[in-house]
Design a binder for this molecule. Structure first.
Ligand code: ZN
Ligand code: ZN
Length: 414
């Protein structure tokens, strides 16, 4: 039995995945982003340090177990920490800077099931190392926005933007935040009581209704940004205006994780109430995980969410993968010749199937129909003798006889 939160992706849906992944590959090639693949599991400690040991992810949602050697192993709940580990361990900093990496991969979180939320899920992500300029923030936004655009989703998702400042400006803000929260703390959840001591910014991200209510008039970091953070954020917004990427500023976005600073952003499909992904700058993470201080910015988009959007908005209806030509073989002696031609046609990019069951002509035609074959190439005893074949166009039933040779067949099915 299939485990809760997992699923099998079958033919028709797989076509949509391939369509999205093809677009991702194309865009990443154009943007000169390098693909990286990292392990499905890492040492648990990586996530405790990299994601933050007070986050819901680390506390409640990880698939953690001891392997037979007694090591604590965790199935990756996100990919940034693993990519940063790989960046450090492989000395990628010395290869080139800035360096852009991308991935599509499965991740695992023990979460409550919701629409578009699985316990095994996939994300497309990008990490950009080595630039502390706002231009790098914009570059990652361009890549993610471009994907939505190519898929026809640019009007369906909204980009929300915020700055959560740096260590410097956060210090003053956190004082103001604690001042505001302190008298209200009794009405708030236990998690927030702990957060108040250890990491008060996370209070802003609390999903509990009681906390949300208390936080209605909470001071916002945006009003406490230092000059550098302020001008960086203004520059991001200004450049996005100039290159016509639409966005809204949403002061409530904090992204919940320790490692984010300055620009953070999220994509939401407003009409469906579905989060599609997000990203931001994380200038401290490389250092936290043992590398040299390296500015970085990245994003992750939910593949499952993107697929849902494409389906909901009917933007993936023409992804049929028809068979171009089906070879109906009636004479046993024709197989060798047929396979030879089929192989040549396939190498020309033509999608070809032929009978591999030695079925009757009638059931071969039925199968060709099921395959949505555009043409059927019929080779019987007479045709083989004359070095010919019959090409039947399935849409109108018209037939013509052509030479039994891949060039002539190729021409006749164009
Ligand atoms: Zn600052
Ligand atoms: Zn709370």
């Amino acid at each position: 039995m299939k485990q809760k939160g997992t699923r099998d992706i079958l033919f028709d849906e797989m076509k949509i995945w391939q369509y999205v992944e093809e677009n991702i590959r194309k865009i990443c090639k154009e943007y000169n982003i390098n693909e990286i693949r990292t392990p499905l599991f890492e040492a648990t400690e990586l996530y405790a340090r990299g994601v933050g040991d007070e986050t819901d992810i680390v506390n409640k949602e990880m698939y953690t177990f001891n392997d037979k050697g007694g090591r604590s192993i965790t199935l990756r709940p996100e990919l940034t920490a693993g990519v940063v580990r790989a960046y450090i361990e492989n000395g990628l900093a010395s290869t080139m800077s800035p360096l852009k990496l991308w991935y599509v991969g499965n991740m695992y979180r023990y979460e409550k099931m919701q629409k578009g939320r699985y316990r095994e899920f996939a994300q497309f992500g990008m990490e950009l190392f080595g630039s502390n300029s706002y231009l790098a923030d914009v570059e990652t936004i361009c890549v993610s926005y471009e994907l939505f655009k190519r898929l026809g989703l640019q009007d369906k998702v909204e980009l929300s933007l915020n700055s959560i400042g740096c260590d410097k400006c956060r210090k003053e803000y956190i004082e103001k935040l604690r001042e505001y929260v302190k008298p209200r703390l009794n009405n708030m959840c236990d998690n927030c009581k702990t957060r108040y001591e250890k990491n008060p910014m996370r209070i802003l991200d609390c999903k509990e209704e009681c906390c949300k209510k208390e936080l209605e008039n909470v001071p916002m970091i945006t009003d406490y940004l230092c000059d550098e953070c302020k001008s960086d954020f203004e520059n991001v917004c200004k450049l996005l205006d100039e290159i016509s990427i639409p966005y809204v500023v949403d002061k409530k976005i904090v992204r919940g994780l320790d490692y984010y600073n300055k620009t953070v952003y999220e994509y939401t499909a407003k009409d469906l109430g579905l989060a599609a992904g997000g990203g931001g700058r994380y200038d401290k993470l490389v250092e936290v995980l043992g590398g040299n201080s390296t500015p970085a910015v990245g994003f992750g988009l939910g593949m499952d969410r993107i697929i849902i959007l494409l389906k909901e908005y009917g933007l993936c209806n023409n992804l049929t993968s028809n068979v171009d030509v089906y070879f109906a073989i009636i004479d046993d002696k024709a197989y060798a010749k047929a396979i030879e031609i089929v192989t040549k046609l396939r190498s020309l990019g033509i999608v070809v199937e032929y009978d591999i069951c030695k079925r009757s002509f009638k059931s071969q035609l039925k199968y060709a129909d099921k395959l949505n074959a555009n043409f059927v190439c019929i080779i019987g005893e007479d045709e083989l003798k004359n070095d010919e074949c019959i090409i039947k166009k399935m849409s109108d039933g018209s037939q013509q006889t052509v030479k039994l040779d891949e060039k002539d067949i190729f021409e006749s099915i164009k």
